[in-house]
Design a protein around this ligand. Structure first.
Ligand SMILES: C[S@@+](CC[C@H](N)C(=O)[O-])C[C@H]1O[C@@H](n2cnc3c(N)ncnc32)[C@H](O)[C@@H]1O
Length: 206
């Protein structure tokens, strides 16, 4: 867990509580998915060892699918209560709409992994996800924000990831055809870490 969160294990509890509150607020305003009923199917994208699956998603959804390229990570969550299909691929290669059975997700959770994708891959991902999103459902993006003094994306050579500015995220959402229906900064993170923002997205055309 500590490895997944860059050496800050206490961040996980704060993060999961913030996410749970954010989702509860979204559902309070939702006619399709009120908090009184469990979601049918959610998916944890770039799930790692299933921290969010276990700490949040199985509590709010009947079935939680998992997308994560590293199989040794998903081995730790496979078979647990509430966990559905496991897809060991990168998000850029995940085509749920082509996977035989017509999968539909009420909630698509994408956290701390979009930095592994190029801008164009994020746009394509958002476009693809809309096709498998239930009416009234949400694509959640929760990511670190660049703190670059000139307002630029930050590239990390060691793990080939990018930390984007809020403006860049907005551009990618626009290109991906989604609108922001709610957004919030994560509070209570240790000082010295990147700021973390959560966005709830829905198709612009919806
Ligand atoms: C910092 S961890 C975050 C895990 C989880 N989302 C969480 O918040 O606990 C980043 C994860 O992204 C995964 N990852 C790397 N490349 C990816 C890709 N192309 N698509 C999806 N996930 C990827 C890594 O294997 C790792 O498990």
């Amino acid at each position: 867990m500590s490895g997944v969160l860059g050496g800050f294990p206490q961040v996980s509890r704060v993060d999961l509580q913030g996410s749970s509150n954010f989702l509860a607020k979204l559902r309070r305003g939702s006619k399709h998915f009120p908090a009184s009923k469990k979601l049918r199917r959610a998916v944890d994208c770039g799930a790692g060892i299933g921290r969010i699956t276990e700490g949040l998603l199985v509590k709010v959804a009947d079935v939680v699918d998992v997308v994560e390229p590293v199989k040794s990570f998903t081995d730790q969550v496979e078979g647990k209560t509430g966990v559905g299909r496991i897809f060991n691929v990168g998000l850029e290669d995940w085509h749920p709409e082509q996977d035989g059975e017509a999968l539909k997700y009420d909630l698509i959770w994408t956290q701390w992994c979009l930095g592994q994708l190029k801008d164009v891959q994020v746009v394509e991902y958002l476009q693809r996800m809309q096709k498998v999103l239930s009416e009234g459902g949400w694509i959640i993006v929760k990511e670190n924000l660049s703190n670059h003094h000139k307002g630029e994306d930050v590239y990390d050579e060691t793990d080939s990831s990018v930390t984007r500015t809020p403006e860049k995220f907005q551009q990618l959402f626009d290109k991906g055809g989604v609108k922001v229906v709610s957004t919030e900064l994560q509070r209570g993170m240790p000082k010295g870490l990147y700021l973390v923002r959560t966005w709830a997205l829905q198709p612009k055309s919806g």
